[in-house]
Write a protein of this length. Structure first.
Length: 209
């Protein structure tokens, strides 16, 4: 649970380690439920683990094997660590440098029948990246040798142009990438326009067979 939760839950967990005069089960239970809920929410926000794909991405496929997802994630973290600074895993999707100045959120998508990729961007990730000197939302594409390390300021300024899903247990934005005629991926916005992403391209090195 600790690995899949974010900052607020980690602080609550730490509270249990501080001695107090008597045991209040209601407080412990409250923390346990909060952490469990956020762990579940974090899992759902990771695109490869959710079945909440929007209707604009037709052709639902079987879930991608976890080892394939983790291989792509590892390639992305290795590439970013080489380019910027060694990254330390904070949670399933979040990483940061030892001084916490560089922060990244890594999410992975399979390719759909229309050639596009779909991702969810969680508000907790956006808040995490906002506290970095350099923050990146990194979109991994299964089957491609490159990911897209999008600067936080760039994607944050376009959140109002992304479709969003509102739920009782949390909301998230939809990020839709579609291929152009030249094969390059672009970000589709809800105003009908598209944004090129090639300037954010992060080359990945495949593991030797």
């Amino acid at each position: 649970m600790k690995e899949n939760t974010e900052i607020a839950s980690a602080e609550k967990i730490h509270e249990l380690l501080v001695p107090f005069e008597y045991t209040r089960l209601d407080r412990i239970i409250d923390i346990a439920f909060t952490v469990a809920e956020e762990a579940s929410e974090s899992e759902a926000a990771d695109v490869e683990s959710t079945g909440a794909e929007p209707a604009s991405m037709p052709g639902r496929q079987r879930r991608t094997a976890a080892d394939v997802i983790e291989q792509v994630r590892s390639q992305i973290v290795a590439a970013l660590s080489k380019k910027y600074s060694p990254l330390v895993k904070k949670s399933k999707a979040l990483y940061w440098s030892p001084d916490k100045a560089i922060r990244v959120a890594v999410t992975i998508s399979k390719q759909y029948e229309n050639g596009g990729f779909w991702y969810a961007h969680h508000p907790g990730w956006d808040a995490f990246l906002n506290e970095a000197s350099e923050g990146f939302l990194v979109l991994g594409c299964i089957g491609r040798d490159a990911a897209y390390a999008i600067p936080h300021a760039w994607i944050h300024s376009r959140l109002h142009l992304l479709n969003a899903t509102e739920r009782e247990n949390g909301s998230y934005w939809h990020i839709l990438l579609h291929p152009e005629n030249d094969g390059n991926l672009v970000l589709r916005l809800n105003n009908g326009r598209s944004e090129p992403l090639e300037s954010f391209r992060l080359e990945l090195r495949r593991a030797a067979a």
